[in-house]
Design a protein around this ligand. Structure first.
Ligand SMILES: [Zn+2]
Length: 408
């Protein structure tokens, strides 16, 4: 791409422009599970920029509307997709010192729910497309943007887009999540949900010796669950995985009787090579160890499928993938520092879901998904969530440069 054209595109990216776009998104609250006009704004913006826009609806507010805009190039391939979700975590406004839906700019930072996760990245992607359009550049390849409303949890939009065949006509996905522009995250770990029921025996509380208290039995699991010995090969992008996260415990209080069941929800962040079946067998072996020394210990363990999927399989983009290489060089030319390749520690992204469902069973499936975006991940989901205006603007420049380089 001639330098003159590149400079013309970059000239259309300003701090005011990108901040203004982000403020528009922040001022449209879009807490997951509530209706929002945020996707309407995104769709209209893309239409105004001349993209062909399709919207898809999932059956509930939790997932909401999916916006997919495409800008055909002179040729269909290659095709680069920007992906950024518009749903956010809830807000406890009493803990904020800036209005969570205000988009206030103070001392070089813009504040609001979603600035880090992930409206900042989405605004930067929109600004990059806007600059390419305003500069009147006709790309050789195709550019698209996908924005969904369940990027906080379900990622079902990614599976639906795979079913719609969109993965098959896409070569690379840049998922916009906060990496501080310091890493290009080429790997996404797997996630397997489990439900463990520890079974006891009910009895009258006056005669607990005739019962088995399931809650107390669960205590024996809680103390040592993290010591499960998984069979796995160490993985360079997630050296501290596999890891177990306990995130729910439940029992039924039936008047005063000794409880006969207690359930635990937990998930395993897995590395390539592990499957739901292998992880289940490893956890079961651990529980059988408890059973071997306590004849009263009894349990049921199962993988808990989510709405549209059994588990989230790991994905990896090869380090030599053009999307990873070009993001690295574009970042170096904008910020002066080349980002390293890493694994994404934010659990999962819609782009990875799209890849996993387009190429089932392949670690390096197509399209190749990498995660990269503005903002410090530690500020996601917190009070006074904010992103640096400079970093946000740099992200828009990097996204635009990457699109120009990859799509020519
Ligand atoms: Zn996110």
């Amino acid at each position: 791409m001639p330098q003159g054209i590149v400079q013309r595109v970059l000239g259309h990216i300003t701090e005011e422009g990108v901040t203004g776009l982000l403020a528009e998104l922040i001022r449209r609250p879009s807490v997951a599970g509530t209706p929002s006009d945020c996707p309407v704004f995104v769709a209209r913006k893309l239409q105004d920029l001349g993209l062909k826009v399709d919207t898809y609806s999932l059956e509930d507010f939790r997932s909401g509307t999916i916006v997919y805009g495409s800008l055909p190039g002179k040729k269909e391939r290659p095709c680069l997709m920007f992906e950024g979700h518009w749903d956010t975590d809830p807000v406890d406004a009493t803990k904020w010192t800036h209005p969570p839906f205000g988009g206030e700019v103070v001392d070089g930072y813009i504040y609001g729910r979603g600035t880090v996760d992930s409206k900042g990245a989405l605004a930067a992607q929109l600004a990059a497309i806007e600059a390419i359009r305003k500069a009147g550049v006709r790309l050789n390849g195709s550019l698209s943007l996908l924005s969904i409303g369940d990027g906080e949890a379900g990622f079902r939009g990614g599976a639906l887009m795979a079913d719609a065949g969109i993965g098959l006509r896409t070569d690379w996905i840049i998922s916009g999540e906060a990496t501080s522009l310091k890493t290009v995250d080429v790997a996404h770990s797997g996630l397997i949900m489990f439900k463990l029921d520890v079974l006891g025996r009910a009895s009258h509380p006056a005669q607990p010796q005739h019962g088995i208290n399931a809650i107390l039995q669960m205590g024996k699991v809680l103390g040592c669950l993290e010591q499960v010995k998984f069979r796995y090969q160490p993985y360079r992008y997630f050296p501290d995985f596999p890891r177990i996260h306990v995130n729910g415990i439940r029992t039924q209080i039936k008047s005063f009787e000794v409880p006969d069941e207690c359930s635990l929800l937990f998930y395993v962040l897995s590395v390539p090579g592990m499957t739901p079946e292998s992880a289940l067998a490893d956890i079961a072996a651990h529980l059988d160890g408890i059973k071997a020394v306590d004849k009263d210990f009894d349990y049921r363990l199962k993988v808990l499928p989510r709405a549209w999927y059994y588990w989230l399989p790991p994905t990896e983009a090869a380090p030599e993938e053009p999307v990873a290489k070009v993001l690295q060089s574009a970042t170096r030319s904008v910020t002066g520092t080349e980002p390293s390749l890493a694994g994404f520690y934010g659990v999962y992204v819609t782009g990875a879901m799209l890849t996993a469902h387009t190429s089932p069973g392949e670690l390096r499936g197509r399209p190749a998904t990498v995660t990269f975006g503005p903002g410090e991940f530690r500020r996601a989901h917190t009070a006074d969530e904010c992103v640096s205006v400079k970093e946000l603007t740099d992200a828009a420049r990097i996204y635009a440069l990457t699109a120009l380089e990859l799509l020519g």
